[in-house]
Design a protein around this ligand. Structure first.
Ligand code: MG
Length: 387
């Protein structure tokens, strides 16, 4: 197999979406582009993902945790599709380049393999589907004729070609005025033979607002329902300052006592995630008393839990954390910082992470300021099959 990178075209203007940015529009709880990249990354033939975005969006996209966790690179595109694709191809040194629309989140690993295999064998390949409906030529509201359907097919992506064929076509044609709506059109114009493989009817391109609904229904059906888990924990205050709570360090508050750094909030989150995936609990993964984890930063424990979830085919999709503490003061600034820290550690979108605190009128050890407790609820959803 040739080394294979995917150039993901995400530089379009979402013209038919009625003001919605189609790349970051929420699809079953996460951005459309995140689904697309995850689906491509699940393909065993793909080495690297290169996202081509409008120049002014490169930094914003680079900072998205779901993009970073896949090791995807972001490069600036150009005015026309072919300029963007050319920039993406230039950023790759793979022998085979697949070009995929960022707005096709339902691409499957088997389609990616099919295109890659055919392009390896023949030089260039694209997925197509026969056209089911009768085709009409319509001008305004006037039907002017019927277009013969025979031999007509609709082209999808990913479209694949050996890199030297793409580079040759760019060198010969891209500087000229013509605009190419897909990579095959560019290759055809350069005289390269392109073969067709069978596309997938579910490989929708999100173009209009109603496509979002359809894609969401398909994704939900494919991944199954979310699962829910619950976690709770409580630690007493111990000697020394430097409280660890919700992934933050609060220097002027006393530490919680525990085998680890005592971050009761992250422990509750970790247990909720493990519970949702039925993977046991934090104490089972990291037994208290193990000298290797004495005083360990709980952020490391949570990262390890998230990695364990991913291995088992799950991804955290939402979190709700409640902290019960009479001290220290947990105002909105600290709660928001916790939310951001937990989003970063778990890969959950910040707007799907709830962090709240009960601080007044408390009973028991929390009310007496002797301990802090936390409970969390998590949902997880299945990820793409890696086959
Ligand atoms: Mg604990």
């Amino acid at each position: 197999m040739l080394s294979t990178d995917v150039v993901v075209v995400a530089a379009g203007a979402s013209r038919r979406m009625g003001g919605i940015d189609k790349l970051t529009v929420s699809l079953a709880g996460r951005p459309l582009l995140a689904w697309t990249l995850e689906a491509l990354a699940a393909s065993p033939v793909v080495r690297q993902l290169i996202v081509v975005a409008a120049a002014e969006r490169v930094t914003e996209l680079q900072d998205r945790p779901w993009l970073r966790s896949l090791g995807a690179r972001v490069v600036a595109g150009g005015a026309r599709r072919q300029d963007s694709v050319q920039a993406g191809v230039a950023a790759s040194d793979a022998e085979l380049v697949l070009v995929h629309d960022g707005a096709r989140p339902l691409v499957t690993p088997s389609l990616v393999s099919r295109v890659a295999e055919a392009a390896t064998l023949h030089g260039a390949a694209i997925p197509t589907l026969p056209v089911g409906e009768t085709l009409k030529r319509v001008v305004g509201n006037r039907v002017e004729g019927t277009v013969p359907r025979e031999g007509v097919a609709a082209a999808q992506t990913p479209q694949g070609a050996r890199r030297e064929l793409l580079e040759g076509a760019f060198a010969a044609l891209a500087p000229a005025g013509s605009e190419f709506t897909d990579e095959a059109a560019l290759l055809e114009a350069a005289g390269v033979e392109v073969v067709s493989v069978e596309g997938e009817a579910t490989n929708l391109k999100i173009t209009r607002p109603q496509d979002v609904e359809l894609a969401e229904a398909l994704l939900t059906a494919r991944l199954g329902p979310p699962r829910i888990g619950q976690g709770s924990d409580s630690h007493p205050f111990g000697p020394g300052d430097g409280l660890r709570l919700g992934g933050l360090v609060i220097p002027d508050a006393p530490q919680l006592f525990g085998h680890s750094d005592g971050d009761v909030a992250l422990h509750a989150v970790a247990d909720a995630l493990l519970g949702a995936a039925a993977l046991g609990d934090l104490g089972g993964l990291f037994p208290a008393g193990d000298p290797a984890t004495r005083g360990i930063d709980s952020r490391e424990l949570l990262r390890a839990v998230v990695a364990r979830l991913v291995e088992a085919g799950w991804r955290a999709s939402s979190l709700d954390l409640s902290i019960v503490a009479a001290r220290p003061r947990l105002g909105s600034v600290r709660l928001q910082a916790m939310r951001d820290a937990i989003a970063e550690l778990t890969g959950v979108e910040p707007d799907a992470v709830g962090v709240k605190a009960s601080t007044g009128n408390l009973d028991g050890p929390e009310g007496e300021g002797r301990s802090i407790s936390a409970t969390a609820i998590a949902t997880v959803v299945g990820t793409w099959p890696s086959g």
